[in-house]
Write a protein that binds this ligand. Sequence first.
Ligand SMILES: NC(=O)c1ccc[n+]([C@@H]2O[C@H](COP(=O)([O-])OP(=O)(O)OC[C@H]3O[C@@H](n4cnc5c(N)ncnc54)[C@H](OP(=O)(O)O)[C@@H]3O)[C@@H](O)[C@H]2O)c1
Length: 311
Amino acid sequence: MLSVTIPSSACLIIHTIVLELAYGRSNLGRRILLDGETVIGNSLAVMSPTSAKTPDLRKELFDLRGRIALVTGSSKGIGYTIAAALGSAGAIVVLNGREKARLAVARDDLAAQGLDVRVSPFDVTDPKQIGEAVEAIERDVGPINILVNNAGMQYRSAFQDFPLDAWRRLQATNVDSVFLVGQAVARKMILRRRGKIINVCSVQSELGRPNIAPYASTKGAVKMLTKGMAIDLGKFGIQVNGLGPGYFKTELTEALVNDQAFTDWLAGRTPAGRWGEVDELRGAAVFLASDASSFVNGHILYIDGGITASL
Ligand SMILES: NC(=O)c1ccc[n+]([C@@H]2O[C@H](COP(=O)([O-])OP(=O)(O)OC[C@H]3O[C@@H](n4cnc5c(N)ncnc54)[C@H](OP(=O)(O)O)[C@@H]3O)[C@@H](O)[C@H]2O)c1
């Protein structure tokens, strides 16, 4: 077989033509091309995109090493899973919740898996605690590059019987938290001209259900807060997106998981035909926290087995 070495400039031009034909004028196509120098054979076939040295997209797009992620409400449930996912992608993870003992268990579990984990117990509804905690994390751990506003609660009752104090707790825990923690961290991110904020929404950001009107109102608010934050913070290099889980088995949904009639209804209502497993949120969380989503802003990514696509 004929073996020739083509000067890198010529190779780049040929490669560019081939890739432009194959992929159009995409940046990805351009980037893939910059590798090839030595070509075996002299036909265009060997110059195909698949033969160019493939860049490691996992590193280029999804690597979180060197980043610090604060995940609120991460002592259990969805927050814990998201924290584990970001940690597995390389981030130093700061766990949060109010109950210190449960936080310590979560920290030990993740540390045993080889992850770099810290804890920051504070109440996401308390501006003073939030301010002190954000300062302490930035001082003792480092700059918060990724914030996941996950902490949340549920309370079920018919609208006409809904207690006022439960309404207020829901609004404070699910909405005030996103505003307060988001604002405290965004002020730091603005100075650095860089950051990722993920607000945990819900299919209830779009759809109602019996007995949870106030919860749905909080998740609708988080969706619109996400879009507003994205608009105000985008010019500072900060992306703010929402992650909208469908129905996942956690303590928050325990009553529904134990209700066979609901589970049967859910299987019929969900195109995937089942409950979600919390691990199925990991990919979306890493995507929204990483450079892979550098031009995704103000978007709500629903991970719901297709619920929001169907009536
Ligand atoms: N599970 C689902 O199917 C589902 C679906 C859609 C959306 N979501 C959303 O996903 C998020 C997490 O839900 P989950 O099911 O994982 O809930 P979960 O299992 O009940 O966990 C809630 C977490 O939030 C923390 N938390 C609650 N209030 C807090 C406060 N005031 N300050 C600090 N931390 C607080 C809890 O720790 P402490 O109690 O120790 O503070 C815990 O770590 C919520 O925003 C929820 O609305 C869940």
